[in-house]
Write a protein that binds this ligand. Sequence first.
Ligand code: SAM
Length: 276
Amino acid sequence: MSTATLYVIATPIGNLADISARALQTLREVAAVCAEDTRHTRPLLAHYGIDKPLIALHDHNEEAIADKVVARLLAGESLALVSDAGTPLVSDPGFKLVRAARAAGVKVSPIPGACAAIAALSVAGLPSDRFAFEGFLPAKASARRERLSRLASATATLVFYESSHRIEESLADMLAIFGGDRPAVLARELTKLFETVLDGDLASLLAQIQADPNQRRGEFVVMVQGAGDDEAAQIAEGRRLYARLNEHLPPSTAAKLAAELSGAPRKALYGQADHH
Ligand code: SAM
């Protein structure tokens, strides 16, 4: 049967009511549901009175499971893919399965719904005509700073996912690299009891979460307005100066001078010249 479909279904990011009628209908109809964590998905389905065989599919077994799932789809069974929260494949498992299904000529169809990044953008009041979804920053400080310095001159609004463990460190790095006056919005615990959306600039957001430990709890979307054209030009000039000065001076001195002469944040330049 060629009509078997892999339905990629968004589930709630907090409030259990945020699931579409079509998502529930499809979950009732499919033969089985591939889930990131069956212990998480079973109660969600139970809440809606749905009892389905679940197939565990997470980052560590996805390749092996994908082949078996595709074989079932090719045999004519329609299946669903869900993650723990929000839209599968968005900082969640599913990529390998969707790739394998498409490669096998199986129909893959979305049942759209909650996504933390989109929900956050929709209330941030930052430019959203162009945005870059950056997902989670690297856990290691050096890699995180490197990634951020590459983004310093990006002009689209930047959207990051962050957890309570690293929110303070990440905001501190953003402040150092993008500058404290860059407009930013922090969306915490969207659709949940402690939903909070803080706006301001990076300096004021960091100060607020440092002053109140409750503001460091839960799940976060961090959104940072892109660099203005002047700022992007300053950073480009700073990087050019840094590359030139670094031929004759120690990196830290070269960066300090390049920042002074260009007006760009020093940390937006540092480490960059090695790659350009
Ligand atoms: N697939 C999900 C989606 O579509 O948004 C994202 C999964 S990712 C593993 C989890 C991260 O998403 C959290 O660390 C947080 O950054 C963000 N997130 C998820 N739910 C959220 C919520 N209710 N409020 C704010 N951020 C949330």
